[in-house]
Each structure stands twice: as C-alpha cells, then as structure tokens.
Design a protein around this ligand. Structure first.
Ligand SMILES: NC(=O)c1ccc[n+]([C@@H]2O[C@H](COP(=O)([O-])OP(=O)(O)OC[C@H]3O[C@@H](n4cnc5c(N)ncnc54)[C@H](OP(=O)(O)O)[C@@H]3O)[C@@H](O)[C@H]2O)c1
Length: 374
C-alpha cells in the first residue's frame, strides 16, 4: 500500500537543521494505516510546554532519540476521524475526539513516552492529516456545551492536572484524613496545568491561591475565584523573603497544604519552606531548572510528601472528561485562535513570553471544510 502524504509543520533533525530549531513547512509522509490505527484530521491544537522543549532540543533532542529525520509535534488537540483500520471498533468517520497522548504505556497504563513527542513513530497535530492508535482517542461528550477550542486546550493540560491532583490529594489525605477541604490550602506556581489543578481543587472545596505575573493572568485568577498572588522576579535578592512573607500572611502561619510547583529550581526552596506540616509538594513538570536539591532531614521531620507524575492513564483521562462535563471544569473560551500559517510565529512569541494566555489554541483544519457542522 502507498504511504500517506500531508501538509505539515515539522521539527527537522539536528543533522538537517544544525542551528536553533525552527518548524519547517513541508510534505510529510507516513506509512498506511495498520489494523488498529485511525486516520484523523486535526481541527484545533493547543501549544504545550513540551513542544517548546522539543524545539529547544532540551532536555532531549527528540529526533535523535527517535532516530527520525523529522518529527510532527503536537500532543494536545481535537480531531475528526476520517478513516479507520480494519480492527478499529469504537470509532467511525466523522467522530470528533480528544487526543489522549499516551504514547507507550507501562503495565499500569501510565505513559513512559508521549505521542507526538518522544514516542518513536508517532505524530502530532501539526499536520493536516495524522494517524494514531484507537486507544489514543476519547470521544467528546455528545452535545457538550463546551467548544472544540476549549476541549483542545483541555486534552493535555487538564488531563495532566487531574492525574497529578488525584495522587497529590490522596497523599495529603493519607496523613490528614480529618482535615476538611475547606481547611486544605492549595497554592500553585506555573502555567496552564497549575491553573487547571487549582481550579479542580476549588471545585472540591479547598481554599485556593495561585502565584502569577502580569495583569491579564492576575485578573483571570480573580475572575475565577482564585486568590491571586503577584509573582516577583526570581532574580531579585529579596524574592524568597518576599514570597515567604506573603504566603505566611495568607495562610495565617499554617503553611500551604498542597503546593503545585511546575516551575522547578528557582522557586523550589520557597515551595518547600512554605509547606505546612504533612504538606504535599506536587509536580508534573518544570519550566526553569530541572534538577532538585532538598534537605532530606527537614523534609522527613516535616513529613512532607513529594509527588511526581507524568500525564495520565486512560481511566484518569475518562474520569477527567466526565468531571469536566458535569462540573464545568473547563479552560476559558480562547479570545484568539492562531491560524495554520501563524503557527511558527506563535511558537516564537510563546518562547519569548509574549503570549499571556495559559492556553494558546491554533486551528489546523476548519470543521466546516471537512464537513462538520459548527
Ligand atoms: N508531565 C505532564 O503530564 C505534563 C503535562 C503538561 C505540561 N507538563 C510540563 O509542566 C510544565 C508546566 O507546563 P504548563 O503548560 O503548565 O506551563 P506553561 O503554561 O507553559 O506556563 C509556565 C508558566 O511558568 C511561569 N514562569 C515562568 N518563569 C517562571 C519563573 N522563573 N518563576 C516562576 N514562574 C515562572 C509563567 O507564569 P507567570 O509568569 O504568570 O508566573 C508561565 O505561565 C512544563 O515543563 C510542561 O512541559 C507536564
């Protein structure tokens, strides 16, 4: 059978593009559908931190790791099914689904590698047409009141947030079963995943706060009923003292029960110092500084639990979608959608910190063009 060819924005290997990595628009060819695979047309995608890591070839060069000449990135989005392999039973042409980017699962279903990132032979939504396995699709609830753009933003960050929160909250409860949610203080630094997680904690009745920079983000937090704390400059000499004083004041000296830290070394000491006794430091990523240095004795004496997770298994993703649909736990409707042509500029602006939304959504194929009513 003939290979399939599509218009795509690809990340070329360092052998092809030795300078700073940039997306290149070209025809991308991939093998015909296997029996358990599905051909889909991406509708909307969402720019994710891992896509930038891939472009920066840091911490890994994914083309080199995958031994591939070019990789199509993009593991968050919404797609429409175009064609199915002979063994596919759960989906048919026209179904609109979320991507579930679990590329290579372990024996408990948790991902070892991520689709459209480090899982070899997989592709993402930066292509007009892509293929994936049946198990990497989740149908969007029929007649959902939420837009496809919101579901695109949901697919990776909200599912990651759900899976990380599930473990972090269980850890907190393992030592503080008697503490009701209203007395559980949840604080976060970071971006879209942290925002999603704090919004989830809020829905189960915890007291929530988030540290962020810039007027737009602080306003979004306030509008969402999340206490907004303005982030200072981590390079400022008084940064740690200032942030700790602020967190002590806001928690009336009790400390933070569950601290979501998706930033890393520039803030980690503050995270740990601000934790309550039996507090949980939880993360599923890092933005600045991947390595951790901890005072083990102090962490033991304080009975702190450190949680590390990586995306989700299928049950967590299904539970996240069901909860979202029932409780309205959704990303805000995006104010701007980047076009297919604007994708490289969007990456560049994101890398320079010029994009203020937590959920930069872009369009790949128009739903109307591929025969879906909008
Ligand atoms: N393992 C998983 O399942 C998974 C899933 C999704 C994402 N991730 C990873 O998690 C990390 C966070 O992802 P994300 O999508 O939530 O982030 P994001 O939306 O890309 O945003 C990162 C945020 O970090 C904040 N920031 C930047 N520099 C900072 C600094 N020096 N100190 C404090 N805050 C700083 C910025 O917010 P302010 O300027 O407003 O503070 C920014 O909004 C990334 O590494 C991503 O790859 C992991």
């Amino acid at each position: 059978m003939e290979s399939i060819s599509t218009d795509a924005w690809v990340l070329p290997s360092a052998a092809r593009q030795p300078s700073r990595a940039e997306l290149v628009r070209e025809r991308f060819s991939f093998a015909p559908l296997a029996a358990d695979e599905v051909l889909v047309a991406p509708l909307f995608g969402c720019l994710e931190g891992n896509m930038l890591h891939a472009l920066q070839r840091d911490p890994i060069d994914i083309c080199q790791v995958r031994r591939e000449d070019a990789v199509v990135l993009g593991n968050a989005g919404v797609v429409a099914v175009q064609r199915t392999g002979s063994n596919v039973t759960r989906f048919s042409e026209g179904d609109v689904c979320l991507l579930f980017a679990n590329g290579v699962p372990d024996d408990a279903g948790y991902p070892i590698k991520i689709m459209g990132y480090d899982a070899p032979g997989t592709m993402g939504v930066l292509a007009k047409s892509m293929k994936l396995q049946e198990r990497q699709l989740i149908r969007i609830p029929p007649a959902s009141p939420y837009s496809l753009e919101q579901w695109a933003a949901f697919s990776l960050r909200y599912v990651s947030a759900w899976a990380n929160w599930r473990v972090a909250y269980a850890c907190w409860k393992s030592q503080r079963a008697e503490t009701p949610p209203a007395e559980t203080i949840v604080c976060a630094w970071g971006g879209g995943v942290s925002f999603a997680q704090v919004a989830l904690a809020q829905r189960i009745g915890c007291r929530v706060m988030m540290i962020a920079s810039g007027r737009e983000r602080l306003q979004l937090l306030e509008r969402s009923g999340i206490e907004a704390i303005e982030r200072g400059d981590p390079d400022d000499a008084a940064f740690e003292e200032h942030m700790l004083a602020e967190l002590t004041r806001r928690t009336a000296g009790r400390g933070v029960s569950i601290f979501i830290d998706n930033i890393g070394s520039p803030v980690q000491q503050i995270t740990l110092k601000a934790l309550a006794r039996e507090g949980v430091m939880t993360t599923c990523g890092w933005k600045r500084g991947m390595r951790a240095h901890i005072a083990r004795a102090i962490e033991c004496l304080s009975r702190h639990i450190h949680v590390h997770t990586h995306f989700a298994n299928m049950q967590e993703a299904l539970d996240a979608v069901e909860f979202a649909e029932q409780q309205g736990w959704m990303p805000p409707q995006p104010e701007r959608i980047w076009t297919w042509e604007q994708i490289p500029q969007m990456f560049s602006d994101y890398a320079q910190g010029k994009i203020r939304t937590y959920f930069p959504v872009f369009s790949v194929n128009s739903p109307a063009q591929i025969g879906l009513l909008r």
